[in-house]
Design a protein around this ligand. Structure first.
Ligand code: SF4
Length: 685
């Protein structure tokens, strides 16, 4: 197992919750965590941490923690030894390949796992199994960011270092609630506002930052593209575009100009519900700022046209010359999970290898083949929703789910359960007996972020070290060790004896990571990618000389606004938006098993007083929420944070059934689910 040093009472590591990547000092005594302290010299958090990273470590010693492998016998999961569990997995994977070929096996990797674990996951599938059927949960959140930012600028990541936000004089925060979801970033943004930066918030709800906004734009869910076109229209109409930048460094202006003629403020007001004067005021503030910044979240991506949303938002920065120059802070997504950037960087994707070489590109495959010594399949593999569809159709014979509770977190959850039940072998790496694990044939107990060695990549592309502060409980092992052990049971040496070896090997086949190593990170603390050589600094700010597109220019996108996939009607008159709350993280499997539950013990359905009156719902009553796909039960909370016609709940309490409500509508480019628009009705239970 990975190295653990019991004598070390204070361990410097990186938070395993959100993508901000706060540096933490974990204090441990006798193998138990006694405190988690924010590091004053943490490059992103600078002495701060939020209620999740600082206090939510009680899950580690929960009596529900898995400490032994489980194997299903006669329909019941029973504890077994590692040898028996590994042999069963190896036999099952070999049988699946024998019966249906390599493409009948798939793996869902984890944005909570380290880079090195994600690297090994995709290497296992490509080298041991011989398929590209590997994906990670960025599919469900920021895959439109990857596609959109790559198309607009050339690389799949935010354009700037967050440090540059300190210079911003105008912040445009879109579809994000950083005060609750990314509190350390929320605090730094607020600090800028208190120091004089203008603040524009685009979000249907009155999220925390909206209280401080100069202009709060409240578009109807699913109308982002129209909103961004409306802002762009004003920039062009009022001469606020940077003509020299557009001439020298961008392409696509004639097509966009033609499209934007159809998006004057009055029409955009009709499409989005945002009053035209507010739209014009926001465009003028963004367009006249010296150092404008765009920060956005899942409110932009989780839509039928999420990739168009990212690209249309990126248009604003390009029109202003506020990306790849000293002036702006470009376009920067707030990543939800601690290592969702890194999971994709490491190639845990069905169409991309480590460092974003395409599997369809012979040159990219050749680089990997040189290092791995085996042919790499050239056909893109299955995306997560396609894996479930293949399982339901009987075409997927084995699915390995690493650290994702897909039955609770993926949309149209009833269909996910059918898929797992139809798949002959389901293997699950988990901390707890999650809903997904309950449908598995083999459950492997694994180490948490406090118990493992490696690196994460945060939202502004920084590689940072993760170190084991305490040992994993019982027989739990790291995902890294699990992958190597299954490969060994199948007769293959995966190489990479340690996580440091894995990162070094990744750097040999992915030039953008060639300058990174554990030793260097131990010395320097954090290094952003691209980092092409050990003696070169990483590129914190991208595109200062040229964009990474084939022609070296930023690409404006002219995508027309199209309506969302789900729309309210007489039967389902309200629109449900889901998101995060302050004390909890994602499915809540860690934050609900500790003190944070006392802070936020249940989930609520937030609804406006007008709707409460219309549907005869009182504050605190239990309500049934129904969509065209399923049903959930929540406690009503009446208030005006959510506008009339919309309701909001979190996804932190899956037992309420929230993802039985959401649909299988997904982004047309990346298959990212449309979590942000579900038509529902509400009645007192
Ligand atoms: Fe920082 Fe995010 Fe962890 Fe909170 S959850 S401490 S903001 S990394």
């Amino acid at each position: 197992t990975s190295a653990f040093h019991p004598a070390e009472a204070r361990t410097r590591t990186t938070c395993g919750y959100c993508g901000v990547g706060c540096t933490l000092d974990v204090i441990a005594q006798d193998g138990e965590v006694t405190a988690v302290l924010p590091a004053r010299d943490g490059p992103v958090n600078r002495g701060h941490a939020c209620v999740k990273g600082r206090f939510s470590h009680g899950f580690r010693t929960s009596p529900e923690r898995l400490t032994r492998p489980l194997l299903r016998r006669d329909g019941v999961l029973e504890p077994v030894g590692w040898d028996e569990a590994l042999a069963h997995v190896a036999r099952g994977l070999r049988a699946a390949v024998g019966a249906g070929g390599p493409d009948s096996v798939a793996v869902i990797s984890s944005a909570r796992a380290t880079n090195e674990e994600n690297y090994l996951v995709q290497k296992f599938m490509r080298v041991v199994v011989g398929t590209n059927n590997v994906d990670n949960c960025s599919r469900l959140c920021h895959s439109p960011s990857a596609a959109g930012l790559t198309a607009s600028f050339g690389l799949s990541g935010g354009t700037d270092t967050f440090d540059d936000v300190e210079r911003a004089d105008c912040l445009l925060v879109v579809g994000a609630n950083p005060v609750e979801a990314h509190p350390v970033v929320g605090a730094r943004l607020l600090r800028r506002v208190l120091h004089g930066a203008r603040l524009l918030v685009a979000d249907p709800r009155a999220v925390g930052l909206a209280l401080h906004a100069d202009v709060h734009l409240r578009p109807r869910p699913g109308t982002n593209v129209a909103l961004f076109h409306g802002l762009a229209h004003v920039l062009l109409a009022e001469g606020l575009a940077d003509e020299a930048f557009l001439r020298e460094r961008a392409t696509g202006l004639p097509e966009l100009t033609e499209l934007l003629a159809d998006y004057p403020p009055d029409r955009v007001a009709d499409l989005t519900g945002v009053p035209a004067p507010d739209l014009v005021a926001a465009a003028r503030l963004y367009g006249s700022a010296e150092h404008p910044a765009i920060v956005y979240g899942l409110g932009v991506t989780e839509h039928l046209h999420g990739t168009d949303g990212v690209r249309s938002l990126a248009n604003l920065a390009i029109l202003r010359g506020a990306v790849g120059t000293d002036r702006g802070y470009g376009v920067n997504p707030l990543r939800g999970q601690n290592n969702v950037q890194g999971a994709s960087d490491m190639g845990a994707l069905p169409d991309l290898l480590p460092g974003y070489g395409k599997v369809t590109d012979p040159a990219a495959r050749a680089r990997a083949e040189d290092v791995w010594g085996v042919p790499v399949p050239g056909r893109p593999g299955l995306r997560i929703p396609d894996m479930f569809a293949a399982a339901r159709a009987g075409d997927l014979r084995a699915l390995w789910v690493i650290g994702e509770d897909v039955c609770a977190t993926d949309p149209d959850a009833n269909q996910v359960v059918h898929a797992l039940d139809a798949c002959p072998l389901v293997v699950c790496n988990e901390l707890f007996l999650s809903e997904t694990a309950q449908h598995a044939d083999v459950v492997l107990p694994v180490a948490s972020w406090l118990e493992k060695d490696g690196t994460f990549v945060n939202f502004d592309r920084r590689f940072q070290r993760v170190r084991p502060a305490v040992p994993p409980p019982g027989q739990a092992r790291t995902d890294f060790d699990t992958l190597r052990a299954v490969a060994e049971a199948m007769g293959v040496d995966l190489g990479c004896a340690t996580p440091a070896d894995a990162l070094a090997e990744c750097g040999r086949l992915a030039p953008v990571f060639a300058g990174l190593s554990h030793d260097r990170l131990d010395r320097e603390g954090s290094v952003p990618w691209p980092c092409t050589a050990p003696d070169r600094p990483g590129e914190a700010k991208l595109y200062t000389e040229r964009f990474a597109t084939p022609d070296g220019r930023a690409h404006l996108a002219a995508a027309p606004y199209l309506p969302p996939g789900e729309r309210p009607d007489d039967d389902y008159p309200l629109v449900l938006v889901t998101g995060r709350r302050w004390a909890h993280y994602n499915s809540g499997s860690m934050t609900r098993r500790g003190g944070n539950l006392a802070l936020d013990p249940v989930d609520f359905l937030d609804l406006h007083p007008d709707d409460a009156g219309r549907y005869d719902v009182r504050d605190g009553e239990q309500v049934t929420v129904e969509s065209r796909h399923g049903q959930a039960r929540l406690i009503a909370r009446v208030g005006d944070q959510t506008p009339p016609g919309q309701v909001f709940c979190s996804f932190h309490f899956p037992s309420s059934g929230v993802n039985r409500l959401t649909s299988d509508v997904a982004d047309t480019v990346t298959s990212c689910p449309e979590y942000k628009v579900t038509a529902v009705r509400v009645a007192v239970s």
